[in-house]
Design a protein around this ligand. Structure first.
Ligand code: MN
Ligand code: MN
Ligand code: ZN
Length: 321
Protein backbone atom coordinates (compact mmCIF):
# COMPACT_ATOMS: atom_id res chain seq x y z
CA UNK A 1 0.00 0.00 0.00
CA UNK A 2 3.00 2.26 -0.28
CA UNK A 3 2.22 3.46 -3.80
CA UNK A 4 0.87 6.88 -4.63
CA UNK A 5 -2.89 6.71 -4.57
CA UNK A 6 -4.76 8.49 -7.32
CA UNK A 7 -8.25 7.95 -6.02
CA UNK A 8 -8.25 10.69 -3.39
CA UNK A 9 -11.51 12.57 -3.33
CA UNK A 10 -10.83 16.27 -3.48
CA UNK A 11 -14.26 17.25 -2.24
CA UNK A 12 -13.57 15.40 1.02
CA UNK A 13 -10.69 17.26 2.67
CA UNK A 14 -10.40 14.74 5.50
CA UNK A 15 -9.76 12.04 2.93
CA UNK A 16 -6.65 13.71 1.56
CA UNK A 17 -4.52 13.28 4.66
CA UNK A 18 -3.24 9.82 3.84
CA UNK A 19 -4.15 6.92 1.59
CA UNK A 20 -4.89 4.75 4.59
CA UNK A 21 -7.40 7.25 5.89
CA UNK A 22 -9.08 7.73 2.55
CA UNK A 23 -10.04 4.07 2.69
CA UNK A 24 -12.15 4.76 5.73
CA UNK A 25 -14.37 7.33 4.04
CA UNK A 26 -17.77 5.83 3.34
CA UNK A 27 -18.41 8.22 0.50
CA UNK A 28 -15.43 6.94 -1.45
CA UNK A 29 -17.38 3.71 -1.92
CA UNK A 30 -19.78 5.33 -4.30
CA UNK A 31 -17.74 6.60 -7.18
CA UNK A 32 -15.76 3.75 -8.65
CA UNK A 33 -17.64 3.58 -11.92
CA UNK A 34 -17.31 7.20 -12.87
CA UNK A 35 -13.53 7.35 -13.29
CA UNK A 36 -12.17 7.77 -16.80
CA UNK A 37 -9.75 4.96 -17.64
CA UNK A 38 -6.77 7.32 -17.84
CA UNK A 39 -7.06 7.85 -14.10
CA UNK A 40 -7.30 4.19 -13.13
CA UNK A 41 -5.15 3.28 -10.15
CA UNK A 42 -2.44 0.86 -11.28
CA UNK A 43 -3.14 -2.60 -9.93
CA UNK A 44 -0.85 -5.03 -8.12
CA UNK A 45 -1.64 -8.44 -9.51
CA UNK A 46 -0.04 -11.77 -8.65
CA UNK A 47 -0.68 -15.41 -7.91
CA UNK A 48 -0.04 -18.16 -5.42
CA UNK A 49 3.26 -19.61 -6.64
CA UNK A 50 5.20 -22.81 -6.10
CA UNK A 51 8.40 -22.99 -4.06
CA UNK A 52 9.45 -26.23 -5.81
CA UNK A 53 13.24 -26.48 -6.07
CA UNK A 54 14.00 -23.95 -3.37
CA UNK A 55 12.00 -21.22 -1.71
CA UNK A 56 13.73 -18.40 -3.62
CA UNK A 57 12.54 -19.97 -6.89
CA UNK A 58 9.13 -18.51 -6.06
CA UNK A 59 10.56 -15.03 -6.61
CA UNK A 60 11.99 -16.12 -9.99
CA UNK A 61 8.55 -17.42 -10.93
CA UNK A 62 6.93 -14.17 -9.84
CA UNK A 63 9.33 -12.20 -12.02
CA UNK A 64 8.80 -14.55 -14.98
CA UNK A 65 5.04 -14.07 -14.71
CA UNK A 66 5.31 -10.29 -14.26
CA UNK A 67 3.66 -10.48 -10.86
CA UNK A 68 3.64 -7.33 -8.76
CA UNK A 69 2.81 -9.39 -5.68
CA UNK A 70 2.62 -13.11 -4.86
CA UNK A 71 1.78 -15.69 -2.23
CA UNK A 72 3.50 -18.94 -1.21
CA UNK A 73 3.32 -21.83 1.17
CA UNK A 74 6.71 -21.65 2.88
CA UNK A 75 6.63 -25.48 3.20
CA UNK A 76 4.59 -28.50 2.18
CA UNK A 77 1.00 -27.42 2.98
CA UNK A 78 -0.37 -30.96 3.19
CA UNK A 79 1.48 -32.24 6.24
CA UNK A 80 2.20 -31.30 9.83
CA UNK A 81 5.94 -31.91 9.55
CA UNK A 82 8.32 -29.44 8.01
CA UNK A 83 11.99 -28.59 7.96
CA UNK A 84 13.48 -25.40 9.33
CA UNK A 85 14.19 -22.79 6.66
CA UNK A 86 17.52 -23.32 4.96
CA UNK A 87 19.68 -20.29 5.75
CA UNK A 88 21.16 -19.94 2.31
CA UNK A 89 17.78 -20.31 0.57
CA UNK A 90 16.30 -17.76 2.96
CA UNK A 91 19.09 -15.31 2.16
CA UNK A 92 18.50 -15.81 -1.57
CA UNK A 93 14.77 -15.33 -1.13
CA UNK A 94 15.19 -12.09 0.79
CA UNK A 95 17.77 -10.71 -1.65
CA UNK A 96 15.76 -11.66 -4.74
CA UNK A 97 12.61 -10.19 -3.24
CA UNK A 98 14.36 -6.91 -2.48
CA UNK A 99 15.95 -6.73 -5.94
CA UNK A 100 12.64 -7.51 -7.64
CA UNK A 101 10.85 -4.61 -5.91
CA UNK A 102 7.86 -6.96 -5.65
CA UNK A 103 5.91 -6.00 -2.55
CA UNK A 104 4.18 -7.35 -0.61
CA UNK A 105 4.72 -11.10 -0.61
CA UNK A 106 2.30 -13.25 1.38
CA UNK A 107 2.64 -16.56 3.15
CA UNK A 108 -0.40 -18.81 3.46
CA UNK A 109 -0.82 -21.18 6.40
CA UNK A 110 -0.79 -24.90 5.54
CA UNK A 111 -4.06 -26.83 5.20
CA UNK A 112 -4.10 -29.10 8.27
CA UNK A 113 -4.10 -26.63 11.20
CA UNK A 114 -7.48 -25.90 12.73
CA UNK A 115 -7.28 -22.89 15.02
CA UNK A 116 -10.92 -23.35 16.05
CA UNK A 117 -10.51 -26.95 17.15
CA UNK A 118 -11.27 -28.02 20.71
CA UNK A 119 -9.32 -31.25 20.25
CA UNK A 120 -6.29 -30.70 22.48
CA UNK A 121 -3.70 -32.41 20.26
CA UNK A 122 -4.88 -30.79 17.02
CA UNK A 123 -5.22 -27.41 18.68
CA UNK A 124 -1.71 -27.53 20.14
CA UNK A 125 -0.22 -28.54 16.77
CA UNK A 126 -2.24 -25.82 15.05
CA UNK A 127 -0.95 -23.10 17.36
CA UNK A 128 2.61 -24.42 16.95
CA UNK A 129 2.18 -24.26 13.18
CA UNK A 130 0.96 -20.67 13.39
CA UNK A 131 3.89 -19.70 15.61
CA UNK A 132 6.29 -21.34 13.16
CA UNK A 133 4.67 -19.66 10.17
CA UNK A 134 4.86 -16.18 11.73
CA UNK A 135 8.54 -16.81 12.49
CA UNK A 136 9.28 -18.15 9.02
CA UNK A 137 7.55 -15.19 7.38
CA UNK A 138 9.64 -12.82 9.50
CA UNK A 139 12.87 -14.50 8.42
CA UNK A 140 11.78 -14.35 4.78
CA UNK A 141 10.84 -10.65 5.10
CA UNK A 142 7.29 -11.59 4.18
CA UNK A 143 5.03 -9.04 5.83
CA UNK A 144 1.77 -11.00 5.96
CA UNK A 145 0.61 -14.50 6.87
CA UNK A 146 -2.88 -15.46 5.64
CA UNK A 147 -4.80 -17.99 7.69
CA UNK A 148 -8.11 -19.78 7.49
CA UNK A 149 -10.18 -19.72 10.64
CA UNK A 150 -10.91 -23.40 10.87
CA UNK A 151 -13.92 -25.42 11.91
CA UNK A 152 -15.55 -25.83 15.31
CA UNK A 153 -16.25 -29.46 14.30
CA UNK A 154 -19.72 -29.37 15.82
CA UNK A 155 -18.69 -27.87 19.17
CA UNK A 156 -20.49 -24.65 18.27
CA UNK A 157 -19.51 -21.14 17.21
CA UNK A 158 -18.86 -19.93 20.75
CA UNK A 159 -16.18 -22.57 21.28
CA UNK A 160 -14.74 -21.74 17.87
CA UNK A 161 -14.54 -17.98 18.59
CA UNK A 162 -12.80 -18.63 21.89
CA UNK A 163 -10.31 -21.09 20.44
CA UNK A 164 -9.33 -18.92 17.46
CA UNK A 165 -8.84 -15.76 19.51
CA UNK A 166 -6.84 -17.72 22.06
CA UNK A 167 -4.70 -19.30 19.31
CA UNK A 168 -3.98 -15.88 17.77
CA UNK A 169 -3.15 -14.44 21.19
CA UNK A 170 -0.76 -17.29 21.97
CA UNK A 171 0.97 -17.07 18.59
CA UNK A 172 1.22 -13.29 18.48
CA UNK A 173 2.70 -13.10 21.95
CA UNK A 174 5.13 -15.95 21.19
CA UNK A 175 6.44 -14.23 18.05
CA UNK A 176 7.62 -10.66 18.35
CA UNK A 177 8.14 -9.41 14.82
CA UNK A 178 6.50 -7.14 12.24
CA UNK A 179 4.52 -9.86 10.50
CA UNK A 180 0.79 -9.25 10.35
CA UNK A 181 -1.71 -12.06 10.60
CA UNK A 182 -4.53 -11.88 8.04
CA UNK A 183 -7.78 -13.70 8.75
CA UNK A 184 -9.42 -14.99 5.57
CA UNK A 185 -13.17 -15.12 5.06
CA UNK A 186 -14.55 -18.55 4.24
CA UNK A 187 -17.39 -19.89 2.13
CA UNK A 188 -19.37 -20.61 5.29
CA UNK A 189 -19.34 -24.36 4.79
CA UNK A 190 -20.87 -26.40 7.64
CA UNK A 191 -19.10 -25.76 10.99
CA UNK A 192 -16.56 -23.44 9.36
CA UNK A 193 -15.64 -20.21 11.12
CA UNK A 194 -15.33 -16.84 9.39
CA UNK A 195 -18.06 -17.09 6.78
CA UNK A 196 -19.43 -13.66 7.69
CA UNK A 197 -17.79 -10.34 8.53
CA UNK A 198 -19.71 -10.44 11.81
CA UNK A 199 -17.81 -13.64 12.68
CA UNK A 200 -14.48 -12.12 11.76
CA UNK A 201 -15.25 -8.98 13.76
CA UNK A 202 -16.06 -11.17 16.74
CA UNK A 203 -12.74 -13.03 16.37
CA UNK A 204 -10.72 -9.83 16.07
CA UNK A 205 -12.41 -8.40 19.14
CA UNK A 206 -10.99 -11.32 21.15
CA UNK A 207 -7.42 -10.66 20.00
CA UNK A 208 -5.15 -8.55 22.23
CA UNK A 209 -2.56 -7.33 19.72
CA UNK A 210 -5.13 -6.12 17.19
CA UNK A 211 -2.63 -3.86 15.43
CA UNK A 212 -0.97 -7.04 14.14
CA UNK A 213 -4.20 -8.43 12.67
CA UNK A 214 -5.86 -7.74 9.35
CA UNK A 215 -8.12 -9.55 6.93
CA UNK A 216 -7.94 -11.19 3.53
CA UNK A 217 -11.08 -11.14 1.35
CA UNK A 218 -11.46 -14.12 -0.99
CA UNK A 219 -13.95 -13.35 -3.78
CA UNK A 220 -14.91 -17.01 -4.29
CA UNK A 221 -15.46 -17.59 -0.57
CA UNK A 222 -17.37 -14.32 -0.18
CA UNK A 223 -19.61 -15.05 -3.16
CA UNK A 224 -20.27 -18.60 -2.00
CA UNK A 225 -21.04 -17.25 1.47
CA UNK A 226 -23.72 -15.01 -0.04
CA UNK A 227 -21.95 -11.68 -0.71
CA UNK A 228 -22.89 -10.74 -4.27
CA UNK A 229 -19.68 -9.08 -5.39
CA UNK A 230 -20.67 -9.39 -9.09
CA UNK A 231 -22.62 -6.19 -9.22
CA UNK A 232 -21.55 -2.61 -8.40
CA UNK A 233 -24.29 -2.41 -5.75
CA UNK A 234 -23.48 -5.81 -4.25
CA UNK A 235 -19.77 -5.05 -4.15
CA UNK A 236 -20.40 -1.66 -2.56
CA UNK A 237 -22.62 -3.24 0.07
CA UNK A 238 -20.00 -5.90 0.77
CA UNK A 239 -17.18 -3.39 1.13
CA UNK A 240 -19.47 -1.19 3.20
CA UNK A 241 -20.05 -4.10 5.58
CA UNK A 242 -16.34 -4.78 5.87
CA UNK A 243 -15.86 -1.11 6.65
CA UNK A 244 -18.67 -0.92 9.20
CA UNK A 245 -17.87 -4.18 10.98
CA UNK A 246 -14.09 -4.47 10.69
CA UNK A 247 -12.70 -1.32 9.07
CA UNK A 248 -11.38 -1.27 5.52
CA UNK A 249 -7.96 -0.31 6.84
CA UNK A 250 -7.65 -3.92 8.02
CA UNK A 251 -8.25 -5.30 4.52
CA UNK A 252 -4.74 -6.00 3.20
CA UNK A 253 -5.25 -8.37 0.28
CA UNK A 254 -7.90 -9.80 -2.02
CA UNK A 255 -7.80 -13.41 -3.19
CA UNK A 256 -9.18 -13.23 -6.72
CA UNK A 257 -10.94 -16.49 -7.50
CA UNK A 258 -14.03 -17.19 -9.55
CA UNK A 259 -16.54 -19.56 -7.97
CA UNK A 260 -17.86 -22.88 -9.26
CA UNK A 261 -20.66 -22.67 -6.72
CA UNK A 262 -23.62 -20.31 -6.94
CA UNK A 263 -24.23 -17.26 -4.76
CA UNK A 264 -24.82 -18.50 -1.22
CA UNK A 265 -24.00 -22.12 -2.12
CA UNK A 266 -21.35 -22.29 0.66
CA UNK A 267 -19.23 -24.29 -1.77
CA UNK A 268 -15.48 -23.64 -1.65
CA UNK A 269 -14.60 -24.49 -5.25
CA UNK A 270 -12.32 -22.07 -7.08
CA UNK A 271 -12.78 -21.49 -10.82
CA UNK A 272 -10.73 -19.72 -13.49
CA UNK A 273 -11.38 -16.00 -13.68
CA UNK A 274 -14.46 -15.32 -15.78
CA UNK A 275 -15.43 -18.98 -16.20
CA UNK A 276 -17.39 -19.31 -12.96
CA UNK A 277 -20.48 -17.80 -11.38
CA UNK A 278 -18.86 -14.40 -10.81
CA UNK A 279 -17.96 -14.27 -14.50
CA UNK A 280 -16.17 -11.76 -16.70
CA UNK A 281 -18.74 -9.09 -15.99
CA UNK A 282 -18.43 -9.58 -12.26
CA UNK A 283 -14.66 -9.43 -12.32
CA UNK A 284 -14.74 -6.29 -14.42
CA UNK A 285 -16.85 -4.72 -11.67
CA UNK A 286 -14.48 -5.99 -8.97
CA UNK A 287 -11.35 -4.92 -10.83
CA UNK A 288 -12.69 -1.44 -11.51
CA UNK A 289 -13.51 -0.72 -7.89
CA UNK A 290 -11.06 1.85 -6.60
CA UNK A 291 -10.80 0.32 -3.13
CA UNK A 292 -10.03 -3.09 -4.59
CA UNK A 293 -7.49 -1.58 -6.99
CA UNK A 294 -5.49 -0.21 -4.08
CA UNK A 295 -4.96 -3.72 -2.73
CA UNK A 296 -2.63 -6.56 -3.72
CA UNK A 297 -4.69 -9.04 -5.75
CA UNK A 298 -3.67 -12.70 -5.59
CA UNK A 299 -4.97 -15.47 -7.83
CA UNK A 300 -5.60 -18.90 -6.32
CA UNK A 301 -7.17 -20.28 -9.44
CA UNK A 302 -6.83 -23.93 -10.52
CA UNK A 303 -4.08 -25.10 -12.84
CA UNK A 304 -5.37 -27.65 -15.34
CA UNK A 305 -4.91 -28.70 -18.96
CA UNK A 306 -6.66 -25.75 -20.48
CA UNK A 307 -5.88 -22.87 -18.14
CA UNK A 308 -2.93 -21.96 -15.95
CA UNK A 309 -1.67 -18.96 -13.94
CA UNK A 310 -0.50 -17.15 -17.06
CA UNK A 311 -3.98 -17.44 -18.57
CA UNK A 312 -5.65 -16.15 -15.42
CA UNK A 313 -3.12 -13.33 -14.97
CA UNK A 314 -3.70 -12.25 -18.56
CA UNK A 315 -7.45 -12.38 -17.99
CA UNK A 316 -7.25 -10.24 -14.84
CA UNK A 317 -5.01 -7.68 -16.56
CA UNK A 318 -7.45 -7.46 -19.49
CA UNK A 319 -10.49 -7.09 -17.25
CA UNK A 320 -8.77 -4.47 -15.12
CA UNK A 321 -8.18 -2.16 -18.11
MN1 MN B 1 -6.95 -19.37 1.78
MN1 MN C 1 -8.23 -17.73 -0.57
ZN1 ZN D 1 -10.91 -21.51 -1.16
Amino acid sequence: MGRPILQIKFDEPHCIIAPALSIGCDSSLSMSDSFPSSELIPTKIGAHLSIAGSIDRAVDRAIEKNCETFQIFTRNPRGWKFKALDEEETEHFVRKLQMSKIDPAFSHMPYLPNLASHDKAIYRKSVETLVAELERAGKLSIRFVVTHLGSHMGAGMEVGFKQIADACNKALSAVQNDVQLLLENTAGTKNSMGGTFEDIRRIISGIDQRSRVGICFDTCHGFAAGYDVRTPEGLKTTLGQIDALIGLDRLKVVHLNDSKGKLGSHMDRHEHIGLGQIGNKGFRVILHNELIRELPLILETPIDNSHNDEWNLRKVRQLSK
